[in-house]
Design a protein around this ligand. Sequence first.
Ligand SMILES: NC(=O)c1ccc[n+]([C@@H]2O[C@H](COP(=O)([O-])OP(=O)(O)OC[C@H]3O[C@@H](n4cnc5c(N)ncnc54)[C@H](OP(=O)(O)O)[C@@H]3O)[C@@H](O)[C@H]2O)c1
Length: 517
Amino acid sequence: MQANLTLDNPLRVGLSEARTVEPCIVVIFGATGDLTQRKLLPALYSLAADQPPLPNNLMIVGVARRPWTNEQFRKYAEDGIKEHARQPYSEALWETFAQRVSYEQVEFGDTEAFERLGARLNEIDAEHGIGGNRIFYLATAPEYYSTIAANLGKANMVERTVSGPSYCRLVVEKPFGRDQASAAELNGELNKVFKEDQIYRIDHYLGKETVQNILVMRFSNTIFEPIWSADHIDHVQITVAESIGVENRGGYYEESGALRDMVQNHMLQLVTLVAMDQPLSLAANDIRQRKVEVLREIGIMSERDVVNNVVRGQYEAGQVNYQPAIDYRDEQGVSEHSQTETFVALKLAINSQRWAGTPFYLRTGKRLPERVSEIAVKFKRPRFSLFKDLGGDALPSNLLSLRIQPNEGISLRFDVKLPGQTMQLRAMNMDFAYGKFDTTPPEAYERLLLDAMRGDSTLFTRREETEMAWGFVDAIESAWHGGAGANSPLVPYTSGTWGPRKAMELIERDGRSWRRL
Ligand SMILES: NC(=O)c1ccc[n+]([C@@H]2O[C@H](COP(=O)([O-])OP(=O)(O)OC[C@H]3O[C@@H](n4cnc5c(N)ncnc54)[C@H](OP(=O)(O)O)[C@@H]3O)[C@@H](O)[C@H]2O)c1
């Protein structure tokens, strides 16, 4: 049976083997919020409905300010699950799941309310034989992260240990700070209550299948690693494109912008995974060590680098997918004089033996023509071209594309001979799509929640990574808003296009071009 399963669908075996979860209480702060309803509760439901299911005594306690009853919270959960869970809604499953879910009203600044919460958690723990395990998930606005951590500490709800009989972990949403100084301060506050190894900083990109597959592709195959360097790779380009605008998050986005919202976390994480050397083992600390080395090699951009190698844009009215799109400055919560970038393209260098001479181009933006995220590794053409006279040199070179969303998968482009009497060459793609397996890949949040429950922090970012990534972003922000700003202006682009003309020039001046996605 197992053998057949493996043959039919090798991924399925991989999915189920990786799960052994102890009972615990998952406490979600910000439980009446959007993230909880759209992502966290659906992810927990899908995990509970999966095979093997979560233990029956894995309990979920939602915490927020409004005076909801358990029933109100369950209804909110049920609605979210019906609409967003990967696993189909089933009344029977829901009835069982609902038994795990309860709600506690807590004002985050109220220390006594935390004491009541602690007492309630202890009751639930005793009732269900949980043994003290806790996951505190901060799904709140960032200004509450340190208050909640401090109040958990004051109410004696945190066992400051990673090797005790039970565990206590803190999962923190993004954004983690808004620059290096605030990230360091927040880290300091959290570390007063939790040890670093108890803290799980979320970057949901790391929960995506294709992102995890980067390591497997690179280090489990003999064909890639020997050529994974400037000797053979011409350049790497990473695109994280969104077709939506800021929707109802204009106020938040005004304070953030594309650089902070996307580059500091997701995109630099992708760069580190593509560029890092082989880790000593799969242990979380070994992988993070290699990622930190890449961040160090990237270093900090000078003002001159920022002027030459970073483009910032802001969308104007246009059309996306045949629908009219308004100007960013007309969005709700956005200033009519806003200087916030909704698009960034940049070229960065990794100063290492492996990568010197191979640029990494990054672009991300809102109101672009498609919602698509991809890493494209473009190889060099052969040094000596046997097929020059047959047009071989005019063909695009080998390209490995890792599609992160949508249609997660991998494709490899290579040259083949067209069938027939003459020697004609054509570039073809070999495609692997996760969709070809009859299993839907788990949602990123499922994987991350599961890993937090299993105590595997590989897919979470460590203090040092976060702060170094902010250092990179801070240098760009300060060039933009300081002396070099005049030479690095915000340029408009029409909604529904691939960003400002300057972004094309950034790559075209090197004789390269962005992929058409
Ligand atoms: N939404 C997403 O798709 C998404 C994606 C990635 C990351 N994130 C991050 O996830 C976090 C949460 O985002 P969200 O969109 O879910 O936020 P949200 O919809 O605004 O929810 C905020 C939650 O915090 C609670 N809250 C606020 N102030 C409180 C207080 N003083 N005491 C007790 N509860 C309080 C609210 O409870 P009441 O409603 O009862 O006041 C609500 O449950 C943010 O850090 C965000 O950046 C969100």
